[in-house]
Design a protein. Structure first.
Lengths: 328, 659
């Protein structure tokens, strides 16, 4: 990717970035753009604009054409005022970042950004550039706040923070490029990419037979009642039994007993690399969840007892996402 | 109706629309200067591009654009014989940008087109620099700025009203900066390069030949030839003979300058001490001659003073030109005639105007003194049935003087000057024709005299023993009012007048005086603003000698100052700092802690925050608690005293975290 700054090679952009980082080390989940963190440079169009005016100025000197002088000076002043307006367009805008929903690696993370300014004013065409090159625009038009979604490509599993977001604008005249690098504190948990292939889910009590998806047995076969466990589905609550005993009870169905499975690290081929094995496990969790199968997860260092439900799914996926990392 | 406003709104957010409009506006003053085919071509290209806004597949293919370009190159070359002259270059630029428009689809192309259209604005200034032009420039700039905003607004929902107001605002803010630069940008004199000259456009003005009908034709134009500011009193109307060209050679119909006057002896004896000094501001007329009252006296070195006692510039006057000159009204020039002048001043075209020549010969036999011959002819014009008219009958051919003197007897100044001069030559008196202007209108508002093309005139000079060349104006004999007042007074009441002479309404006349005065001010202050004027003006203002380095310094300082003022006005930084002093002090307290790594979280109130701070700096518990007690008291309790505020300020100032 070439530099996101006008007329500046990529190498220099990195240099400027590190300099800017030294000036503004402090990060938070919100930031107000002020002159300390605001930079401005002419765009390619700006350089062309002023060069053309320079040619007009030389022509006017040569022909002693007063109106030519006037035009060059009028448009030159206009361009310089355009610089102030471009600077003003992002100055004092406050940006706050929200939490992003978890996604699978390879997908786009949507970080919500909330923009506000101290008073009702117009700041059109504010653009955000994420580290992976996606651009989002936001316009504050006669209002004090608005929001937009910054897209960031989830390149790997684990926690991903938005990193260095570039806020920039070229409004109103397009002659200057004003920008600020924002380091906003937020993170998004990225699950491993689910493997594109489906795998047989192996049952914990019967390792010989794999259950392929599709031949689902009667879900409604009532089997019995047991004590509530975290992760049990609310619509499986045995309300009558709860009323009688005063304890939380869960109805058990035949298939759930029969199809309690364990998704085990050891069941994946050792010849595959770690990421691939995590992808397969991720796919298995999703499949099991889709088919209301009670499942547990066993990976080195983590053992999640069988259960079902959204929270359980998240817990398992999180374990996969953070596998091998120090974070928990 | 809603559909209309909808589509209008959509259009006003379409960059192409604004780019086309900008180009159309900057090109439009050229209508009339450009050949008709090019105007047609440019209009079609503009309309076509507008049509393509919603039908992009109709954009012309590249090969067609190449063909159009080559054809228009050829067309321009055929029309002008060049591609880089003033008009030819302007046509070329306008056509090329109109073609480029059809290749433009991206933001980048549009931005470039907007910037290049500045060049078209400049080409207009090569032709005209008057007040309407600056109004046009401002108008064009508004549209250009709206265009630039439209290109850069992206998906922002901005309405036309907002964009218009913004452009007007930013332009108004640019004007003071422009004025500073215009006044203080150091001017240099002299050209760095020259555009190849083109055959001059048909500007109305005096030509260098005189044939029956060409001055009376020029009279119809009311355009300004030059303006004069007199240093002292303004001379009387009948003495205002503005000398320009001396014509020696006559072929029976047309008078021409002929060969260069090679006389060695050019002498002028002033008969009076009364020297008239004045400044002439000459409108461009594409010729090199200048105007001065009979007779120019102290001629600056920058001008050429010829043996015919007229002035020439060292180059063609193609832009407003100003010069200072003095004249004397009573003089003797060339008391001794040179052989060249005698022979040239007596030359009679062979085989033409026989009756006139016969009459001249008869006069020379009849009178002993040359003065008597002159007076006889003038009396003849006055007494006999001669008429002064703007619409004389045609006298074509090489016997035009005969036809006039003995047949039609109706003529304008050129007829009288021509026939008088020929008669004198036939009578043996050296004579020549002088062309220029006679009279002028003084604007009561600024005492500046305006001489228009309608004041064009021709008269004679005859050489008399001891008196030298003497001005004889035969028109004065037939129509003295022409000389004493103006042309309008001299014409027969029944004769229809050119339009500009029909304005008798006092109000319109006043308005025209105002306009003329404004035009003159504009010429003096803006169009004629050059190195000398700048120097003089700044020396007047600063009342000391001004060097070019002073001007540059002054320019930089005042431009920067003005920019600063405007920046403050735009950014309004005080707006963001209008905080409660208590909050300000509290913020500085938080900032001190933040440097030690204890940042206040945005959701943290003062109490929660200080609890956290105390945990980090337990040994400073007392001072922190005091500060927060003061803060909550000052901020949240209705009653608070200045003393408490001072105490709070002091405590925060004293506080040093981690010590």
């Amino acid at each position: 990717m070439s530099s996101s700054l006008p007329l500046i090679p990529k190498v220099f952009e990195r240099f400027i970035q590190s300099w800017a980082d030294k000036r503004q080390p402090h990060t938070n989940n919100h930031v107000t753009v002020d002159r300390h963190r605001l930079y401005i440079l002419p765009t390619r169009h700006g350089v062309a604009y002023f060069l053309i005016l320079l040619v007009i100025l030389f022509g006017s000197i040569n022909y002693e054409n007063s109106m030519g002088f006037m035009l060059a000076f009028l448009l030159g002043s206009l361009g310089l005022l355009g610089m102030i307006y471009t600077h003003h367009n992002i100055n004092q805008v406050t940006i706050k970042i929200g939490h992003a929903k978890s996604v699978f690696a390879g997908q786009n993370i949507d970080f919500p950004l909330y923009l506000s300014c101290p008073s009702v004013s117009t700041h059109p065409n504010l653009k955000f550039l994420s580290e992976t090159g996606q651009i989002t625009s936001a316009h504050l038009i006669e209002e004090t706040s608005t929001s937009c979604k910054l897209q960031l490509n989830a390149t790997h599993r684990g926690y991903i923070s938005p990193g260095r977001i570039k806020l920039f604008t070229e409004y109103p005249l397009g002659l200057f490029h004003a920008w600020s690098w924002l380091k906003l504190e937020s993170q998004c948990l990225v699950y491993p990419t689910p493997d594109p292939n489906h795998y047989p889910l192996s049952f914990s009590h019967d390792d010989t037979n794999g259950l392929t998806l599709g031949d689902k047995q009667g879900v409604d076969d009532f089997f019995g009642i047991r004590q509530y466990q975290a992760g049990d589905l609310p619509n499986h609550m045995a309300w009558k039994a709860i009323a009688k005993t005063g304890e939380l009870q869960t109805k058990l169905f035949h298939n759930e007993i029969a199809e309690e499975i364990s998704i085990d690290w050891k069941n994946t081929s050792e010849t595959l690399d770690i990421e691939r094995r995590l992808s397969i496990l991720c796919r298995m969790i999703l499949d099991a969840n889709d088919h209301d199968i009670i499942y547990g997860l066993e990976i080195p260092g983590t053992n999640i007892p069988p259960s079902s439900g959204l929270q359980h799914k998240h817990r398992c996926l999180k374990a996969l996402a953070l596998f091998g990392s120090t974070e928990q | 109706m809603t559909v209309n406003t909808q589509s209008l709104k959509k259009l006003s957010n379409t960059p192409v629309f604004w780019v086309v409009l900008s180009l159309a506006i900057v090109t439009s003053p050229h209508i009339g200067r450009f050949p008709a085919w090019s105007i047609m071509l440019i209009s079609i290209l503009f309309l076509w591009r507008l049509f393509c806004i919603n039908h992009e597949h109709w954009l012309p293919p590249k090969w067609l654009l190449v063909i159009i370009s080559i054809t228009s190159f050829a067309g321009i070359f055929l029309s002008f014989g060049t591609l880089i002259g003033k008009t030819a270059g302007s046509v070329l630029l306008s056509v090329l940008l109109a073609i480029k428009l059809h290749e433009s689809v991206s933001r980048r192309d549009f931005m470039l087109l907007i910037s290049l259209s500045f060049f078209i604005i400049v080409t207009n200034f090569l032709f005209s620099q008057n007040i309407p032009m600056v109004i046009y420039m401002i108008f064009a700039a508004i549209v250009l700025v709206i265009g630039m905003i439209s290109i850069n607004q992206d998906s922002a929902p901005l309405d036309l009203n907002y964009k218009f107001k913004f452009s007007v605002k930013i332009l108004l803010q640019s004007i003071p900066l422009m004025l500073i630069m215009f006044m203080l940008f150091p001017r240099i004199s002299g050209s760095l390069w020259q555009l190849p000259s083109e055959k001059p456009s048909a500007l109305s003005g005096l030509s260098d030949t005189m044939s029956p009908g060409n001055i009376s034709n020029l009279i119809k134009s009311n355009s300004v030839a030059f303006r004069v500011k007199f240093r002292g009193t303004i001379p009387q109307q009948q003495n205002l003979y503005w000398r320009a060209v001396v014509l020696w050679y006559f072929d029976g119909n047309t008078w021409e300058i002929g060969m260069q006057n090679i006389s060695q002896l050019a002498t002028l004896y002033s008969l009076s001490d009364d020297i008239i000094s004045y400044t002439v501001t000459l409108e461009p007329h594409q010729k090199d001659w200048l105007y001065a009252l009979d007779m120019p006296f102290n001629v600056p070195d920058s001008l050429i003073y010829t043996n015919n006692y007229n002035l020439r510039a060292k180059h063609k006057i193609d832009s407003l030109y100003q010069y200072e000159i003095s004249s004397v009204m009573e003089y003797i020039i060339q008391a001794k005639i040179t052989p060249w002048e005698r022979s040239s001043g007596l030359k009679i075209p062979f085989n033409t105007n026989p009756e006139t020549i016969q009459m001249g010969n008869k006069l020379s036999r009849q009178y002993d003194s040359n003065e008597d011959i002159v007076n006889h002819v003038l009396e003849l014009f006055n007494k006999e049935n001669f008429h002064y008219t703007l619409r004389p009958p045609l006298t074509p051919g090489f016997n035009s003087v005969d036809q006039f003197l003995f047949d039609t007897r109706r003529g304008f100044c050129e007829h009288y000057a021509s026939s008088f001069t020929l008669l004198m030559r036939a009578a043996g008196i050296p004579a020549r024709v002088v062309m220029g202007y006679q009279g002028g209108t003084v604007n009561p508002l600024n005492q500046v005299m305006t001489v228009r093309n309608s004041d064009a005139h021709a008269w004679s000079e005859v050489w008399l023993e001891d008196k030298g060349w003497v001005r004889i104006d035969p028109t004065a004999a037939i129509a003295p009012q022409r000389i004493e007042r103006n042309l309008e007074a001299a014409l027969d009441p029944s004769e229809s007048r050119p339009f500009h002479m029909q304005i008798n309404n006092g109000f319109i006349r006043d308005v025209l005086f105002y306009w003329d005065a404004a035009d003159n001010q504009w010429n003096q202050w803006v169009v004629g603003y050059d190195k000398e004027f700048q120097q003089r003006l700044l020396e007047d203002i600063l009342s000391r000698k001004v060097e070019i380095s002073d001007i540059i310094l002054l320019m930089v300082i005042s431009f920067t100052l003005m920019m600063l003022i405007l920046a403050l006005f735009i950014m309004k930084p005080w707006y963001y700092q209008k905080l409660d002093p208590v909050v300000k002090i509290y913020n500085s307290f938080c900032k001190k802690l933040a440097t030690k790594g204890v940042c206040r979280k945005p959701y943290e109130g003062p109490i929660d925050y200080t609890q956290r701070v105390i945990r980090v700096f337990p040994e400073q518990r007392n001072s922190i608690e005091l500060i927060i007690r003061l803060y909550t008291k000052l901020r949240y309790e209705a009653i608070s005293s200045d003393r408490q505020l001072e105490q709070f300020r002091y405590q925060v100032k004293k506080f040093k975290p981690g010590k």
